[in-house]
Unconditional design. Structure first.
Length: 149
């Protein structure tokens, strides 16, 4: 589809609707940059996943909205709401179940970066830290650990 074939509508000062050409890629980028777009996307994805797995789901769109206005709960990195490629950005928001068997309930979920969620879902948080911390030390970072790590 050529960019001239995609239109959006806006109101003029007189209240008349005017059709204006807009690049389709620009429109997709604009929509995907809003928090409400991501609230709906994540809500629908996790609800569908919970239904498929047969696990409890009690999260609300308000919970998503509150979590998405911040940053990753583990790293503090701000979320990225758009990506020009098909795969999600490493800093995109993702719902993490702390205890997977409890399902998607507010006390069991946190909003973290996709990259951390991929890492933890494969090997678990403690195993991932056992790899990441020595790597950071090897690269010259000063990493202080507490007794529970």
């Amino acid at each position: 589809m050529e960019s001239t074939e995609f239109y959006w509508y806006r109101r003029t000062k007189t209240g008349e609707l005017r059709r204006t050409p807009r690049c389709k890629d620009c429109e997709i980028y604009r929509r995907s940059s809003s928090v409400d777009y991501h609230v709906n996307e994540l809500f629908n994805q996790t609800k569908r996943r919970s239904r498929k797995k047969g696990i409890k789901f009690t999260l609300t769109k308000e919970w998503y909205r509150n979590k998405l206005n911040g940053s990753c709960e583990l790293s503090g990195v701000p979320f990225e709401f758009h990506s020009k490629k098909r795969s999600p950005s490493a800093r995109a928001a993702s719902v993490d179940r702390i205890v997977p068997s409890l399902g998607y309930i507010q006390s069991n979920c946190r909003m973290i970066c996709v990259s951390l969620n991929y890492l933890f879902s494969s090997w678990g948080e403690s195993e991932a830290l056992g790899i990441v911390l020595p790597y950071l030390r090897l690269k010259g970072f000063s990493v202080e650990t507490t007794p529970d790590e």
